[in-house]
Design a protein around this ligand. Structure first.
Ligand code: NBG
Length: 896
């Protein structure tokens, strides 16, 4: 495990050895005058002197800091603290070190007048923080050693941390991977989101059904966040718009209604092997004042408190819908709270610059909209610029359209957000006016380009006129943005040719592709330390963690017997860890020698977990019918499913029930034994994904072509040396290109044929449309082989009456064939291992570092700015930075 001393290339040491004893490294020092404090008569040199060095990272310093927090933060006695207290004290100790880097980063960016990227997202699925922080700070081994002497194993303390689950699935996890890459690549950046009191529900399985239980993740406190009592903004809802005349100009004033406060909570996000540590700033709603004095004075004390509770309710719960639009008023409030607080914060930061020049705004601010959920930010910035900063409409519009960019994450119609005009009018009356203004300006351009073309006008309009008027958030996002991007090549092509066709024809240069990526820090270095150590050893350093292309050098190793054996051993260890976890969580014993076949993702009809479980039934029936001789040749499989269903999504919930019903029968069938096991892993989340993914040998990404925008777990699985069984959909298409067709199992209808196949499905007698193998499976379910449960039949009914919209029947035969190829290959362990290795070492394209670099260069025009490294000598430390000539030139160039 102790690879650091040999392979780490860390620049982050906080302690050096001077004359045989540890000495702390020095921090940079900045000019206070530049922070708007010049009026202060206070001499701050003493403070700079007192805080001139970083906290130590030698063993004694770490131990002292842990016991210090046991006593002074937790108020426990130093001789009596539990594992959980130990986790808490450790976290506070790590947090101290994070905060130093975090503060220096903020000072540095400010001093450099950096352009920043602001990533706005309703979801950040960051997962546990402790191990990630230790790895990125290069302190994991030091703390491990320090803790051992205190009687604790570091790895055991990792399990004490709750998993902050402030997201649904891929979209929120992508945002978290992006923050890690932004910090690691030294890009000045901020994540802005919501601090939900309740994250995504915890999934329990009772009698085979999903049961949702609230996730009150803050129950035991959260050592990773910093509450900013001084960073609060007023947020208004409802009310009315008053028009006033001011020096011959009509101005709008939004008044009345309700106001609440949004308060900032910062989580420092450290980069790997760099001082740069950025902020994830999450907003929580608070009452505007402690009491409503009018109710208080009339003696209605409880009414006053009720008001307080109402305000806090806004950020209390994450909507548990993945890729569907809930359309609820409270959700709109959440969205507006996020964008209003964030835009106020961004404007405040911009206004701290020495000269106020609004035209410079786009050269200092780039905002990325993670889907349309924060699209109102466009309107909110306009409101601030026009109504508060008193810019004219056109100047404000110019600034906005140069600052915003929008990422689309789905083409599914049910996910495209639309808000009813009456709701927006009631909740945000001034914003509705501004939306109409934008739409008017935009449609004038459309009219110029396509005179009297009503088809174009109605497709492009931000406001949908049919039925109850609605605001189309994607149209608003496109019109208000400089660039729009999809998240995988095939997805971007679909945007251009289907849902955003008219926009693409009008503004072809607005559209870009940015294929998603995942961070190798969490998904290889943290989740699979043994594989990471193998890479370190063979490559001679850990540089690959920051530069995944280094893995190219391992091409010859894929056929080196020793490397293959090492790889197989690592997979075996990861499988053992997984078996242990499955035994504990599911009470099922898996055969370690069986093929570990995993499908873990949100349950959705388009992702076709149904096809997978129907195939499992087919496989079960085949085994049942096999002779003892035939059985000997059957490859044993453990098929594991994981994923949550949205609480209101009946079909998805029924699929979970079907999986569990099949598991019940198969796992208890003594004739089957170890040849087949079926498991539903409850409560799939980031922390158990870190156990599941490294253990997988086959992973399934089998969505109907054209439905999965990208998928990102496919990337995590291949990075951990796993083969994919998948369709040519989302990022699978690029994975296929990267790893080579001989190293992936591809099947199914291709995107260009999907419409024809659906047509065929609707026009064919189901008995002809569905293959015999599948009809047999239907029959067994109908006959009650997996329980006499009406619901199980309803699931089949959802596809068997010419309503198989996701083409399960169409693709089933090809799927069986691909599954046979899987079995064939698994019979040759070395071949299997070699192909798995090719997947791992050819996965470098799917590092989120590559993705973020593309965003930075092609969308944000953003340059990295590195915070000075700790100095060993006092005179070496950086003092009062001023821009160098080249930095100044760069800053001028970026200005547009
Ligand atoms: C999801 C897509 C995934 C994609 C992630 C991240 C939404 C709306 N979309 O395919 O379904 O990987 O976004 O881009 O959650």
């Amino acid at each position: 495990m102790d690879q650091k001393s040999t392979y780490r290339t860390s620049v982050r040491r906080a302690t050096v050895q001077v004359g045989g004893s540890p000495s702390n490294m020095y921090r940079p020092e900045y000019q206070v005058e530049q922070f708007g404090l010049q009026a202060s008569p206070r001499d701050t040199s003493k403070i700079w002197e007192l805080m001139d060095s970083y906290q130590g990272s030698d063993k004694v310093a770490l131990q002292q800091s842990i016991v210090h927090h046991v006593e002074y933060t937790l108020a426990r006695t130093r001789f009596d603290f539990s594992k959980f207290h130990s986790y808490q004290a450790l976290s506070h100790s790590v947090r101290d070190r994070l905060i130093e880097a975090f503060n220096d980063t903020n000072l540095h960016f400010h001093q450099m007048d950096a352009k920043r990227i602001y990533y706005l997202s309703l979801e950040f699925l960051i997962g546990r923080c402790l191990q990630n922080a230790l790895v990125n700070l290069d302190l994991e081994d030091d703390y491990r050693e320090a803790l051992l002497e205190l009687g604790y194993k570091l790895e055991e303390l990792y399990d004490e941390e709750v998993d902050p689950a402030l997201g649904n699935g891929g979209l929120g996890r992508l945002a978290a991977c992006f923050l890690d890459s932004l910090a690691t690549l030294n890009y000045p950046s901020f994540g802005y989101g919501i601090r939900y009191t309740y994250g995504i529900f915890k999934q329990l399985i009772k009698d085979g059904y999903q049961v949702e239980s609230p996730d009150f993740w803050l129950n035991q406190g959260n050592p990773w966040e910093i509450e900013r009592l001084d960073v609060q903004y007023q947020i208004r809802f409802y009310g009315f718009v008053k028009k006033v005349w001011d020096h011959g100009v009509e101005r709008s004033v939004w008044e009345g209604g309700e106001t609440i406060m949004a308060r900032a909570y910062d989580t420092p996000i450290p980069g790997y092997n760099t001082q740069n540590t950025i902020a994830l700033r999450l907003w929580k709603s608070h009452p505007a004042s402690e009491f409503d004095f009018s109710s208080f004075n009339t003696g209605d004390y409880f009414k006053a408190l009720e008001q307080r509770q109402k305000a806090e309710y806004i950020t209390s719960v994450l909507y548990p819908n993945d890729s569907t639009d809930a359309g609820k008023e409270l959700r709109l409030k959440q969205q507006y709270l996020l964008v209003s607080a964030s835009m106020q914060d961004i404007v405040r930061r911009f206004k701290r610059r020495k000269v106020l020049d609004w035209n410079a705004f786009p050269s200092k601010v780039a905002v990325q909209l993670n889907d349309t959920h924060p699209a109102l930010a466009i309107v909110e910035l306009l409101r601030i610029l026009i109504d508060i900063e008193q810019l004219d409409n056109m100047s404000a519009w110019q600034i906005v359209t140069k600052s915003f960019n929008y990422t689309n994450h789905t083409v599914l119609p049910e996910a495209l957000e639309k808000w009813g005009v009456p709701l927006i009018e009631k909740l945000l009356p001034r914003h509705l006016e501004i939306i109409y203004l934008i739409n008017f300006l935009f449609l004038e351009k459309v009219q110029q380009k396509y005179p009297n073309n009503w088809g174009k006008l109605s497709a492009l309009s931000i406001v949908e006129e049919e039925g109850t008027k609605k605001v189309r958030m994607s149209n608003l996002s496109i019109v208000g943005s400089k660039f729009v991007n999809g998240v995988a090549k095939i997805h971007t092509e679909l945007l251009k040719t289907t849902i955003f066709k008219e926009f693409f024809e009008m503004h072809p240069n607005k559209f870009q592709n940015k294929t998603n990526g995942v961070t190798p820090r969490r998904w290889v270095r943290c989740a699979n330390p043994a594989l990471a150590a193998l890479y370190d050893r063979v490559l001679g350093s850990d540089k690959w963690v920051q530069d995944m292309e280094q893995l190219k050098q391992l091409e010859p190793n894929a056929t080196d017997p020793q490397f293959v054996r090492d790889f197989q051993m690592i997979k075996m260890e990861n499988k053992e860890r997984f078996v242990h976890w499955i035994r504990k969580t599911c009470q099922v014993d898996l055969n370690i020698d069986s093929l570990f076949d995993i499908q873990a993702k949100r349950i959705h009809e388009y992702k076709r977990q149904l096809m997978n479980i129907l195939y499992v039934i087919y496989r079960y029936l085949v085994i049942k019918e096999s002779s003892p001789e035939e059985r000997k040749r059957i490859v044993p499989r453990s098929v594991c499913f994981g994923g949550k269903a949205a609480p209101g999504y009946a079909n998805a919930k029924r699929v979970i029930k079907l999986i569990n019903s099949v598991a019940d029968v198969v796992n208890n069938d003594h004739q089957i034994g170890d040849l087949l096991k079926v498991v539903f892993m409850p409560n799939y989340n980031v922390s158990n994904a870190q156990i599941i993914i490294p253990a997988a040998e086959l992973s399934q990404h089998i969505s109907t072509a054209g439905t999965e925008a990208s998928g990102t777990s496919n990337m995590k699985f291949i990075m951990n040396g796993c083969l994919i069984l998948g369709t040519l959909d989302g990022a699978n298409v690029e994975i296929d290109e990267a790893v080579g067709r001989e190293n992936i199992f591809i099947f199914g209808t291709q995107v260009e044929d999907v419409d024809n196949m659906k047509e065929k499905m609707r026009n064919t007698d189901p008995h002809e449309y569905f293959p015999q193998e599948l009809l047999k499976v239907f029959q067994e379910i109908d006959n009650g082989r997996f329980g006499h449960n009406e619901e199980l039949r309803w699931i089949i009914d959802s596809i068997r009456h010419k309503n198989d919209n996701y083409l399960v029947g169409q693709d089933f035969k090809d799927y069986i064939k691909a599954q046979q190829q899987v079995d064939e290959l698994y019979r040759q362990p070395n071949e299997w291992a070699k192909k798995s290795i090719y997947n791992a070492i050819r996965s470098f394209k799917f590092s989120s570092d590559r993705t973020i670099q593309e965003y930075a260069e092609e969308i944000w025009q953003l340059k990295p700015i590195k915070v000075p490294e700790p100095a060993a000598q006092k005179h070496e430390r950086v003092k009062g930075i001023t821009l160098s000539k080249s930095q100044q030139e760069m800053a001028d160039k970026i200005k547009n």
